[in-house]
Ligand binder design. Structure first.
Ligand SMILES: [Ca+2]
Ligand SMILES: [Ca+2]
Ligand SMILES: [Ca+2]
Length: 355
């Protein structure tokens, strides 16, 4: 289908926005959604961009269901769990090695969920690494890694000669969407690695953010990426689950946004009392994220966020009570209650109240 026909079809289907997003996305260099039967990963051969099946490895098991994140389009198949009495480790070659010898940027993303870790305990790492194989006279090299530091909880960027750790640990039983970037500049020794981590409460950026969770040091990463390595530690009771691995050359290649509706703090598809209660619980917080009712993305929960709930009140299901009834019933700490009630009396929220 040519582009004009495709656009007409999209508009005809009432899916213009979806189609535009699809058109804006480039081609993935590799994808692994673990769309395999449950059981050992060894010998499974799917996804795209890989030259052969997963090799034999200990402790790598395909488990039921994909991981999911509220802001990311649903994945396919199952997911990969790593738990072993010795380190879980596996490598899979790309069909076409990625040459980082020229100005080039590679993005990766995946979903990660860790279980059974204890702060400060070693052996609880879990990482995704792009590596140069020892072929054609090249030395094996771990070119770019997005892993967990030796304490087992803090995210880490790993590149040629430099590790940089983040300051906020991964939490157990939380599904994170992780985006990594490795950028090779035209000038030698100024290549850089980046890492952005979104908890299930964070709004995922639909375009590349200025602020990253970790920005690595500068070094020379001009290498050839032949393979993907997944690994995970062997601490007792610890396991990591990986899913929906994407590798591409742009942010939008690897970030397939599925936006949560404005005002829907708990991402359940409705804007109602539960969301307003979350806003009340976090009123005037300055360290908030989407899941704590900061819909504007400025880190603060204030009138602008309340206005967004009001504007979207009742989305997804018929509201059981009006917005003004909801405001009166929700528990919001003093003096916020008075502030809110006075705002209501000023009818600043008239759009929401009319529902
Ligand atoms: Ca999957
Ligand atoms: Ca909701
Ligand atoms: Ca805000």
């Amino acid at each position: 289908m040519n582009e004009i026909l495709k656009r007409l079809a999209c508009i005809g289907a009432g899916l213009a926005m979806t189609c535009m997003l699809t058109q804006a996305r480039g081609e993935l260099l590799a994808y692994e959604g673990f769309d395999y039967t449950e059981g050992a990963l060894s010998g499974q051969n799917g996804g795209s961009g890989f030259s052969a099946a997963w090799p034999t490895a200990v402790g790598m098991t395909v488990v039921a269901d994909s991981l999911s994140h509220p802001w990311i389009a649903a994945g396919s198949g199952n997911s990969l769990n790593t738990a072993a009495t010795s380190q879980s480790d596996n490598f899979r070659d790309f069909t076409t090695p990625m040459n980082m010898g020229n100005p080039q940027t590679i993005y990766v993303s995946w979903l990660l969920r860790r279980t059974g870790s204890t702060l400060g305990t070693s052996g609880e790492f879990s990482g995704l690494i792009l590596r140069q194989n020892a072929v054609d006279g090249l030395s094996a090299a771990e070119v770019a890694g997005w892993t967990v530091n030796s304490n087992g909880e803090f995210p880490r960027t790993q590149s040629i000669g430099a590790n940089v750790d983040g300051t906020t640990p991964y939490l157990d039983d939380e599904t994170y969407f992780v985006v990594g970037k490795i950028s090779v500049a035209a000038s030698p020794e100024s290549d850089q690695i980046f890492m952005k981590i979104y908890s299930s409460s964070d709004r995922v950026d639909d375009s590349e953010p200025v602020a990253w969770t970790i920005i690595g040091g500068t070094e020379d990463n001009s290498q050839i990426l032949h393979s993907l390595r997944l690994h995970s530690g062997n601490a007792a009771g610890f396991s990591a689950t990986f899913d929906e691995i994407r590798i591409g050359t742009t942010w939008s290649d690897v970030v397939a946004i599925n936006p949560v509706h404005d005002g829907d703090a708990n991402a359940d598809g409705m804007v109602n009392l539960a969301d307003l209660q979350i806003l009340g619980d976090n009123w005037q917080s300055t360290t908030a994220n989407w899941g704590s009712a900061d819909f504007t993305g400025d880190g603060s929960v204030n009138l602008a966020d309340l206005q967004i709930i009001g504007d979207n009140w009742g989305f997804g299901a018929a509201a059981d009570i009006s917005f003004d009834q909801a405001l009166a019933s929700v528990s919001i700490p003093e003096p916020a209650t008075l502030t809110l009630l006075s705002l209501v009396s000023l009818t600043l929220l008239h759009r929401g109240m009319s529902h």
